[in-house]
Design a protein around this ligand. Structure first.
Ligand SMILES: Nc1ncnc2c1ncn2[C@@H]1O[C@H](COP(=O)(O)OP(=O)(O)OP(=O)(O)O)[C@@H](O)[C@H]1O
Ligand SMILES: [Mg+2]
Length: 427
């Protein structure tokens, strides 16, 4: 380091960032940087808190969109409960399982057993492979018996688990006399629909409360970012930048992770362009990049037809004079676009289902409209984001990069003349 400081190739001083790590995606903020979730913290604490008094906790499911603080708050409350329990001489363990990685019962129980072993001086060998779920449960019960009065198990992204047997096992453990330790489960999902499938899959033994975390509003996002202002050098953030970033993020999604990413991207933009400060303009540009990334992420798991359908809707909006289009109108454009990329189109009904799927992802909004007595009702679709972001995001799929860019689409003939399936004007 000392050597580099003298080499002008490596600036010893970052003109924009002071503690950039505060803005990294994986960064877990300290307790005193958590803001705007006091009610949620209290609600989670109310469910698991009995543990700290030596009483049985409630299980709880937390639902909410991405970036609303579910993982952060759960870990925060669990750790505080553990500390509070300790002052009452109660041994409470905290276990965190990311079910998007440990997505089978075997993987999840293995990870539970291994992290329990890590937290104790349990001597028995826990094999990493070659054994089944039952053996892992055995280890779990033994460690609990020997070392803990209670544990809090956080099952994050629980909807990724291929079955919910682990919920049953954990909630019945005492009843089945596997252990005397109290077990409190915090399940987390950003798929509110998971709730319906969960109800069908689990029996009454996993009695649980439900909490919903709402997207952050502009003032909460502002506070969250203000709390990390020291990521930047003093006086680098121009007045109004955090306010603008918060307002944009609140309007689009209320996702704290994304808001922080925009701020970081704006800083990087400023640095790349040699600017000494981060301006509102940098925030605007960073927000565009972030929005395209977000759409790309949202649609990354979608089929090529769903992407083409989105592109078709975007291209209709760009070349037309309306914001909303009927399924039929989107379909007609879609068929033409399929030709462009040499793909066989699916049926109109199939496309309708794809559009509904996108509506669920939050990329489009569809509303039913009565078309008058003779016409019956139909769905009208609108994009919740700028169509040019959709065009950019869809073109990032390598099989679709030859689709016309936004500029070429918007430079087409007057809307009234752009015929549905006549794509010569775009290609
Ligand atoms: N209340 C808050 N105060 C400070 N920072 C926050 C707050 N909420 C979220 N963040 C920041 O946003 C990041 C994302 O939050 P978190 O991981 O809890 O979201 P999530 O609801 O679990 O999202 P996902 O569903 O995508 O997993 C956190 O790591 C943290 O940096
Ligand atoms: Mg999370």
């Amino acid at each position: 380091m000392a050597d580099q400081a003298g080499d002008p190739l490596f600036h010893s001083h970052d003109p924009i960032f002071n503690r950039k790590e505060l803005l990294h995606v994986g960064h877990v903020p300290d307790e005193d940087r958590i803001v705007g979730r006091d009610d949620e913290i209290e609600s989670v604490a109310a469910e698991v808190g009995a543990i700290t008094r030596g009483d049985p906790p409630n299980n709880v499911m937390i639902y909410g969109k991405t970036g609303t603080g579910k993982s952060l708050i759960s870990r925060h409350v669990a750790t505080r409960a553990q500390d509070a329990a300790r002052t009452n001489e109660i041994d409470c363990g905290v276990l965190y399982i990311d079910c998007s990685e440990a997505n089978t019962e075997t993987r999840a129980t293995r990870q539970l057993a291994l992290s329990l072993k890590e937290q104790t001086d349990y001597q028995e060998n826990i094999p990493v492979r070659g054994v089944g779920t039952m053996e892992y449960y055995q280890h779990i019960w033994q460690i609990l018996e020997a070392c803990f009065d209670a544990i809090i198990v956080i099952l994050d992204e629980i909807d990724k688990l291929d079955n919910s047997n682990i919920l049953m096992q954990l909630s019945r453990a005492r009843e089945a006399q596997k252990t005397d330790a109290y077990i409190g489960v915090i399940g987390i999902s950003n798929k509110v629909k998971y709730r319906e499938t969960l109800d069908e899959r689990i029996d009454s033994s996993f009695g649980h409360r439900e909490l919903f975390f709402h997207p952050y509003d502009a003032s909460q996002l502002r506070e969250i970012m203000r709390n990390r202002e020291d990521a930047f050098q003093p006086a680098v953030l121009e007045d109004g930048t955090i306010e603008l970033c918060a307002a944009l993020a609140a309007k689009k999604h209320g996702d704290a992770r994304k808001a922080i990413e925009i701020l970081k991207e704006a800083g990087e933009l400023a640095r790349r362009t040699g600017s000494e400060t981060v301006s509102e303009d940098h925030i605007q540009q960073a927000q565009e990049v972030a929005e395209i990334n977000r759409i790309e992420e949202l649609t990354s798991g979608a089929t090529v037809h769903a992407k083409l359908a989105l592109y078709a809707l975007a291209s209709r909006i760009i070349t037309g004079d309306r914001e909303t289009y009927k399924t039929r109108e989107v379909y007609e454009r879609y068929v033409g676009i399929c030709e462009l990329v040499a793909t066989d189109p699916i049926t109109e009904n199939g496309l309708y289902r794809q559009l509904k799927e996108q509506a669920f992802l939050g990329v489009i909004e569809s509303e039913k409209t009565g078309g008058g007595r003779s016409q019956g009702s139909y769905l009208l679709h609108r994009l919740v984001t700028d169509p040019k972001h959709i065009v950019k995001a869809v073109r990032r799929d390598s099989s679709l990069e030859e689709l016309p860019t936004y500029d070429r689409l918007s430079g087409t003939e007057s809307p009234s003349r752009a015929h549905d399936t006549d794509l010569s004007s775009f290609s």
